[in-house]
Design a protein. Sequence first.
Length: 142
Amino acid sequence: MKVRQAAFAIRVVRRRSGDAAILYRRSLNELHQERLNRIAPIGPLAFSAGASLLRTAVRATNGEHLRLQPGPFYPLDQDWGPRVACYALVAAGLRNADRLHKAAENLRHADPAEAAWWLGLMTRPGGKRARRALRILLEAVK
């Protein structure tokens, strides 16, 4: 799958503290042109804790074993994009690597339709409560 056809895309970036990622979602702008809009960053700790989810998502979409390297955009399909987006939103601000890994594993085995539903709840106005609820359900927090 090419990036122009994908609903979501992820890009790995190199920071001083380690590799991180930025997640994008395709949507229309004011001129009705399709553009990739930034959803959320995935910090270095969350990137390393959720590496298995990110690798699985990229490999499932592209059908080959790619190594996540800084630079190019990696396309994500309709099934894996919402899961990675939920992980990015849930992981924001958390610092416990074990819990982040557990949340990533739970999302890796999650239903794509449920992940899309949670993503819709978290991205609308007042989505902080939905984010907190999903953090609890994924065991990312106590």
